[in-house]
Design a binder for this molecule. Structure first.
Ligand code: NAD
Length: 396
């Protein structure tokens, strides 16, 4: 069939297998062109099919020659419905890993469930023995608790007072004001239950108890801080409370792992266009302005560039620079540079519908958004008849 993008708000309901494969190829090419680093040997990536988790998997496999297991929640194609981008990304990743002679396995299912944790642990023990790096990069709107059965929903809302600021409709280019009412306590509790650290903690406890971790295993989860204008909706809002909980979990996990030489970190990453970030109000306009300024200053990085820097300059460098006492690694350092933020804030004041495509990188935002789903990639024939059903090699 001919596969075209079909968007509904900030989601695209179709994905292109050849375009997704091209994306993977590009990320692998980038990593291969960099200096190799002595990194991890066997890696588990939870949330490995898109965004930061996918880039982590690529950096570990193609930058350090690591064997990887990826866990993700994606859908195969069915009839006229394409698979999700994460499915096609993972299929392309598995193919490339096999060509490279790397051991690689994919588990499709709900990472929050006991069943998937047990299945992953069995696979590690059978195929890799142990893992020495666990990346936790799940971003989800919902979680069903594996013990109580309660289903939680996460919301992105301010806390205490309503928040009003500019937002961008990146399809039409319209900049308008949006107001978001504050969350009630129950929404805060549920958001922490979905996006906080409990599930990461459960994974690490179970992996450790099963003897599936090396003694000196490292684990990393991802967070975001960002500038003051987004604090009411992000860092001081419901999602920020969940990120505080994630950071507290890193401290607890450090206590679990450190006695035998292991380490737990939260890496604070740069704001980038991913399926998750495009759902947050205000943030897409901030990202567009940020892209423009960082590109002008030659500082722009995408997911793979961020993850390569995390691995080669922080996690696996001689001295783990950038880590303060609180288990945080800051690879948002370039985003948060004073000159970058001063310029973004200056533009923020002026941004409106008429100047959005000149003061901000609206075109770059749109391109990144469509590329998440395998569209707008150079070298892909979008008029070609394309088979939507694609198998994932080594899917367990
Ligand atoms: P993403 O939406 O691109 O990726 C989320 C991944 O989680 C996908 O692989 C998806 O399959 C997987 N997933 C979702 N629910 C799952 C489930 N129940 N079981 C198994 N897998 C599941 O998101 P992203 O933007 O890469 O975010 C990853 C992490 O990085 C999050 O913690 C996010 O807060 C953080 N982060 C993102 C940004 C940003 O700007 N995008 C910046 C800093 C930090």
């Amino acid at each position: 069939m001919i596969i075209q993008p079909k968007t509904r708000g900030f989601i695209c309901t179709t994905a292109h297998p050849a375009g997704c494969a091209k994306q993977i190829e590009k990320q692998i090419e980038f990593v291969k062109a960099q200096k190799k680093f002595k990194g991890p040997t066997n890696v588990l990536v939870i949330g490995s099919s898109t965004g930061y988790g996918l880039a982590s998997r690529i950096a570990a496999a193609f930058g350090a020659g690591a064997n990887t297991i990826g866990v993700f929640f994606d859908r195969a194609a069915e009839g006229q419905r394409t698979a999700t981008a994460g499915w096609y990304n993972s299929a392309a990743f598995e193919q490339q890993a096999a060509q490279q002679g790397l051991k690689s396995f994919s588990i499709v299912g709900d990472a929050f469930s006991e069943h998937i944790k047990a299945k992953t642990i069995d696979l590690i023990k059978a195929e890799l023995g142990t893992v020495d790096l666990v990346i936790y990069s799940v971003a989800s709107p919902r979680r069903t608790h594996p013990v109580t059965g309660e289903t939680f929903s996460s919301v992105i809302k301010p806390i205490g007072a309503a928040y009003t600021n500019k937002t961008l409709n990146f399809h039409s280019g319209e900049v308008s004001l949006t107001s978001i009412e504050p969350a009630i306590d129950e929404e805060v509790r549920q958001t922490i239950a979905v996006m906080g650290g409990e599930d990461w903690g459960m994974w690490m406890q179970e992996l450790s108890a099963a003897g599936a971790l090396t003694k000196d295993a490292t684990t990393v989860a991802y967070s975001y801080i960002g500038p003051e204008i987004t604090h009411p909706i992000y860092r001081d809002g419901t999602i920020g409370k969940a990120k505080n909980d994630l950071e507290q979990t890193a401290i607890k996990l450090n206590n679990l792992l450190q006695p035998t030489g292991g380490r737990a970190f939260v890496s604070v990453n740069k704001a980038l266009v991913t399926q998750s970030s495009s759902a947050i109000p205000v943030v897409p306009l901030y990202i567009s302005a940020l892209y423009k300024v960082m590109k002008e200053k030659g500082l722009h990085e995408n997911c793979i560039e961020q993850m390569y820097r995390l691995f080669s300059e922080h996690l696996y460098s001689e001295d783990v620079a950038g880590v303060d006492g609180s288990c945080l690694i800051r690879i948002d350092d370039w985003e948060m540079r004073e000159d970058v933020q001063t310029e973004v804030m200056k533009r923020w004041e002026e941004l409106n519908t008429d100047n959005a495509s000149t003061l901000s990188d609206l075109a770059g935002y749109r391109q990144d958004f469509f590329q998440l789903f395998g569209f707008h990639m150079d070298g892909v024939d979008y008029e070609a008849d394309t088979e939507p059903e694609v198998d994932i090699l080594n899917r367990v």
